[in-house]
Design a protein around this ligand. Structure first.
Ligand code: MN
Length: 202
């Protein structure tokens, strides 16, 4: 059985200030994400599964005993989503998508600004906790949202970018105003990583 572990951030806790404050980064990474990892490992204790990545586990949920499946969706999803989230950000961001990905975004959404508006609308419109996504679905770029820690991988769809719209992601800085957080977040998005995910998936 695989024991999943929480990786350190690739940047300092205060590196994304002022978009994301340092206390939020500590709580979010060290407490919330760590809890998902701990709860995932606890849920899988004594379950006979082969060594596999968190993505492989979520792609093949039917291998998980029925009574453990929701715990794996919640906590395994939490682990996968947050790992992707940390890797999707970098201090200062990387501005805008370039090349092939930029062309495909323009084709799918009209323009980069229209893509951002559609993504923000998905995040703002997700009732309660969840995620906003840019995904590659059968070769097509789409924006979607999921509830709780559900994610596109469970549905065989490839996530390219995800923003966490749980209140714990933004409340200390943005209070109840989720749309302000969604708008500010573009300043720290690492489009180079998104482009790598796109190249690998298409
Ligand atoms: Mn979170």
């Amino acid at each position: 059985m695989t024991t999943y572990k929480l990786d350190d951030l690739a940047y300092a806790y205060d590196a994304l200030v002022p978009t994301i404050d340092e206390e939020t980064m500590h709580l979010h990474h060290d407490k919330h994400h760590q809890a998902y990892v701990n709860n995932l490992n606890a849920a899988l204790e004594g379950v006979d599964l082969k060594e596999q990545t968190i993505e492989e586990l979520l792609k093949n949920l039917d291998q998980v005993p029925a009574e453990k499946r929701q715990a794996v969706i919640n906590n395994g999803g939490g682990h996968f989503n947050h790992t992707l989230f940390w890797e999707s950000m970098t201090p200062g961001g990387s501005n805008e998508p370039q090349g092939d990905l930029a062309n495909e975004i323009n084709k799918a959404f009209g323009s980069f600004d229209e893509f951002k508006a559609a993504f923000e609308a998905k995040g703002a419109g997700q009732f309660g906790s969840g995620w906003a996504w840019l995904v590659l679905d059968n070769g097509e770029l789409k924006v979607t949202s999921t509830a709780n820690q559900d994610n596109p991988v469970m549905d065989g769809v490839t996530p390219l970018l995800g923003n966490d719209v749980w209140e714990h992601a933004y409340y200390l800085t943005y209070k109840n105003v989720r749309p302000d957080y969604l708008k500010a977040w573009w300043k720290v998005v690492n489009w180079d990583v998104v482009a790598e995910r796109y190249s690998a998936a298409k």
